[in-house]
Design a protein around this ligand. Structure first.
Ligand SMILES: [Zn+2]
Ligand SMILES: [Zn+2]
Ligand SMILES: [Zn+2]
Length: 370
């Protein structure tokens, strides 16, 4: 019995080997590289149905539907094209869809193209809008460098917001445009300073930016000549009266009694920018001045008013930003910090590591302390 069984087993084994070989060759021969433009499950329904589907889609979606494969392109017709050409919004929507689906640049691991809403096109990241940039594009670059932060790039902003709308995780992209915190001690003036920037995408879908500048002065009182603060927004700057007044007030408060001022908020009348000023005595080091400002940059879409307000100059005829409720409310600050602005500790907004670094660089001036 055993003998017969082994005899039977041999051809079965050989058969199995042959079968495996045949299957292997068949599989490899029958699955060449997929050619998505030539084959599609949509070849099955009649072209009227495909036309019907395309007719229900907004032009941008019809265009992306038509680019899935050749069959659909032919079946869908061209009726969406004129609507697409006529609508800048639909055009941008199509660019967003293309951007969101394109693979990242393999080296930098960021989108390989930027979306420029001013030039209404996708541009390679290494080239940018370049010489063919539209005047609106150049203007946005120039103004945002002056009034937001010098490292800010409008196309990167529009790109991040478009990616965010299409469900991409954008934390890493935001980290790329966040400049590192800088801490400096100036031996000639004895002033230590720190500058840090953070971004946050609000639940409502707009980009918020928080900038902090902290100074530690060895002498009791400073004025506009001792610090050099640029612009908080296009409408409030270091030399603006309400800011100088706030700086004076917080220092007076810090130098008296408890050694710590009340938080002093300045809200821009023309854009979504809120500045917080606070001061406190730092034992043995002098006085710390904490200036933080939050801005809402909007959702990065063409024609967004929040963004336009950031870059538009203050005009007397322009209506002031509408305030809701009886109290001074700070939606940008509260959204960014995740809690009521009234309970903010102005000297504890920066990270622990940043605070330690600032104190490390700031020398003790024991003789100044009584
Ligand atoms: Zn997509
Ligand atoms: Zn551009
Ligand atoms: Zn402003």
């Amino acid at each position: 019995m055993d003998y017969i069984r082994s005899l039977l087993a041999i051809p079965a084994f050989v058969l199995a080997l042959v079968l495996a070989f045949v299957l292997h060759t068949l599989i490899h021969r029958q699955s060449p590289r997929p050619r998505p433009l030539d084959s599609s499950p949509f070849t099955l329904p009649p072209s009227e149905i495909i036309q019907q589907i395309a007719s229900f889609l907004p032009p941008s979606a019809a265009a992306t539907f038509a680019s899935t494969c050749r069959c659909i392109r032919f079946a869908a017709g061209t009726q969406y094209l004129s609507a697409l050409r006529a609508s800048p919004t639909e055009n941008l929507e199509l660019l967003e869809l293309l951007l969101a689906d394109a693979p990242n640049d393999p080296i930098a691991n960021v989108p390989s193209q930027f979306l420029c809403i001013h030039c209404a096109r996708l541009v390679p990241i290494y080239i940018g809008c370049g010489v063919s940039a539209t005047p609106a594009c150049r203007k946005a670059w120039d103004l945002s460098r002056r009034y937001i932060v010098s490292s800010f790039s409008p196309p990167f902003f529009y790109t991040i917001m478009a990616m965010h709308r299409h469900g991409h995780q954008c934390d890493e992209l935001l980290a790329r445009i966040t400049p590192p915190t800088t801490t400096t001690y100036f031996s000639n003036t004895g002033i230590s300073s720190q500058h840090s920037v953070r971004y946050h995408i609000a639940n409502a879908g707009s980009l918020l930016i928080r900038t902090q500048v902290t100074y530690i002065f060895p002498y009791p009182r400073v004025d506009g000549r001792t610090y050099s603060l640029g612009s908080f927004c296009r409408h409030i700057e270091g030399r603006t009266e309400n800011f100088s007044t706030a700086m004076e007030l917080v220092q007076t408060e810090a130098l008296s009694g408890v050694g710590r001022s009340q938080p002093n908020f300045i809200d821009c009348k023309y854009c979504q920018t809120t500045v917080l000023v606070g001061a406190r005595k730092l034992r043995g080091r002098g006085i710390g001045l904490f200036i933080t400002w939050w801005k809402d940059l909007g959702d990065g879409r063409a024609g967004d008013e929040t963004w336009a307000n950031q870059l538009r100059p203050a005009e007397p005829t322009q209506p002031e930003k509408r305030k809701q409720g009886r109290h001074f409310d700070m939606p940008v600050v509260e959204e960014f910090e995740g809690h009521n602005a009234r309970y903010l500790d102005f000297d504890e907004l920066s990270s622990r590591a940043d605070r330690k670094e600032l104190l490390r660089l700031c020398p003790y001036i024991a003789q100044a302390e009584k």
